[in-house]
Write a new protein. Structure first.
Length: 185
């Protein structure tokens, strides 16, 4: 059995003939169901008077009346805030944040060499360029620059960008003949 709205399979327990995703979408788009849910939530709030929040507040007030419990609560709060914002903790937090930003930029702009990223951002920030036209302009500039380079300069740029260097193998011929009939000379 498949859903009425999409090709997803449905279970035997389905009363609507829809998969879970489509059934939720239909219910959440029905104005009558929305009004009924809002009315029920208002009645619950009026009847309960936010009992849970009141209970928590009362428990905290009771704990703050006892000097020993109050001292423990205040000390714990002070220790947590003190440990959280030590210079070392702040340094670690900002370093991790910076690392995640760098990873995101490297992912989003993987197509763009690092030396062209500032130019790409400058084109976008001027406001007249969309991302696809700015990318096309940068790619055209990169292609023009590579066309002006010599093969050696292209190889050196590849090495600067992380390409490895390998030694070209030297082929030594020991015989002046082949079994295939093609001479190596």
């Amino acid at each position: 059995m498949t859903c009425l709205d999409c090709p997803n399979p449905i279970t035997v327990q389905s009363k609507t003939g829809r998969c879970r995703t489509c059934a939720i979408r239909v219910v959440n788009s029905d104005p009558i169901a929305i009004a009924r849910r809002a009315s029920a939530n208002r009645q619950k709030a009026k009847a309960n008077g936010h009992i849970y929040g009141k209970r928590l507040l009362e428990a905290k007030r009771e704990a703050m009346k006892d000097p020993e419990k109050r001292a423990r609560i205040v000390a714990a709060q002070y220790q947590n805030s003190k440990a959280m914002w030590t210079p070392e903790a702040r340094r670690k937090w900002f370093a991790s944040r910076k690392a995640s930003q760098v990873k995101r930029v490297n992912t989003m702009l993987a197509w763009c060499p690092p030396k062209w990223r500032d130019e790409y951002r400058r084109l976008l920030n001027r406001g007249k360029w969309r991302a696809n036209t700015a990318r096309k302009a940068i790619e055209d500039r990169i292609a023009a620059e590579r066309a002006r380079m010599t093969p050696f300069e292209r190889q050196m740029e590849a090495v600067r960008n992380g390409a490895g260097i390998s030694i070209k193998p030297r082929i030594v011929r020991e015989y002046d003949f082949t079994l295939g009939g093609v001479s190596p000379l």
